[in-house]
Design a protein around this ligand. Sequence first.
Ligand SMILES: [Zn+2]
Length: 589
Amino acid sequence: MSQDKYIVSARKYRPSTFNTVVGQEALTHTLKTSIASGRLAHAYLFCGPRGVGKTTCARIFAKTINCTNITADGEACNECESCRAFNEQSSFNIVELDAASNNGVDDIRELNGQVLIPPHTGKYKVYIIDEVHMLSQAAFNAFLKTLEEPPEYAIFILATTEKQKIIPTILSRCQIYDFTRITVPDIVKQLERICEVENIKAEPAALNIIAQKADGGMRDALSIFDQVTASSEGNITYQSTIENLNVLDYDYYFRVVECCLTGDVPQSLLIYKEIRDKGFDSQFFINGLAQHLRDLMVASTPSTKTLLEMNEEVSERYVQQAAKLPAGFFYRALDLCNTCDLNYRNATNKQLIVELTLVKLCQIMVPTPAPVATPSTPPLRKITPPASQPTPAQAAPAQAAPAPTPTSTYAQSIPQPQVVSEPQPRVMASEHRVKPQAQAISSRIYVNKKVSPANEDKRPETADTKGVRREPFTKEQVLVAWKQYIKDHPHEKLVVSAMTSSEPQNESDTQYFIELTSQAQVTFMEGSKPAIMEYLRNAVKNDMLALEIRLNESKPEKKIYTPREIVEEIKQHNPQFKSFIKDFQLGLA
Ligand SMILES: [Zn+2]
């Protein structure tokens, strides 16, 4: 297509019939039916987000009701004199007013004057008022009169993105149509049609990105599409699209989740660095990761897969990764990302808070390690990158660990004792290098064994030769640690709520259980169990401590009082309080 004839896609591919409107099938069907049956209202209100076809539908509606030769399908013929006038934008039977820029009472008075003039040709005059919520109060009032007693031939179509700002007197006089966001697959399909017409090659994943970026608006999708097309020379690839739109490749998120699966902390931190190096904001990354986890969660069950807004090819990848993860993982991982997002703004060391979140994410799936312990000196544990060969030390399942890079930062600022091997990673001293080949791996780190609050007393730990701790402990200690965990993790709201609702009971010295009242809580707690067990075992210095999470649906849920219920409760037991409320007219009664 040559430059002088260039028309933006949003205009070139603006639908001219109801059937070609994308993603609003139910609504266009109703409009067609009402035209066919001749039951036309005098006022319509089209509500919905920007760029989803409100004005387009209003124009098609105006054209169709004036068409002298409506097709059997209920569409405008696009051939009669009236249709041609509409298509050439020369019809006098359509008046469009943009209330965003013409919102004064004078503009409406002028419109009211125009309404009095009957159509020269055709049956109806259609007045489209765009962004009608922008009208001033006086303009609204002036318009109301016309809306109450319109001439036979006048039809008003009011369009707005903010329905809640329309006064009830107007709402009650309109037939209301709610336009919905256009789904990603619908947008992709439309883009594919355009590609075919324009002879453009496009990867489905690229069109998917464009559709996602458009956030439900066709007009935005088409202008983004134009932007990408302009620099793609007829071949739209996924890679060129994400570069053009400055979108983070979702491949990064897939890789981070792979790290969570294998407990590969170092790799997750390296991926995060790569993302930073590309110039992406850390909070953007965490939110993107949360969105990815959410998408995986909905992809994990067939019933919620429909919530996955992406085309088949891309969604298949989500389904595959989701299949590897238990439901509990998603809840806990989403909670961690959410906490990170909430704390991000106030964090002094923003990079650290993201890294710490990654560390925790990588620990969800990793089985609770049996820590290596020796009676006198705190043992050092080795973190190895995934590529290295297994060594005896590595074979011990102790491995959750911080990054290979910013060691000193880690040593000082990991705030919570939940992480397995914190908080003092040290670069391996040379005398600790047992095997020559180990020297080749620069990122090896030895980590001092955990210092949990309960470790502060200096009694030597009882541990067997394999490093499994077997210190005797009491139920009291378990309960104290349980409560301390709740206290230390206020942001993990769902965990805290489950832990608060049920205290551990024991069946033997080391066998404990809790009973929860809903399957959702059980699933969630299962996901968080590794971290909790790590914490509890450290607190009692016994790796044999076990916790079973049981579902007991018969157990009544702990009553949660609303403020009103509390007031009622006090009133019951304290009559003076009642009169106090009354005397002071405290809106509590
Ligand atoms: Zn026609």
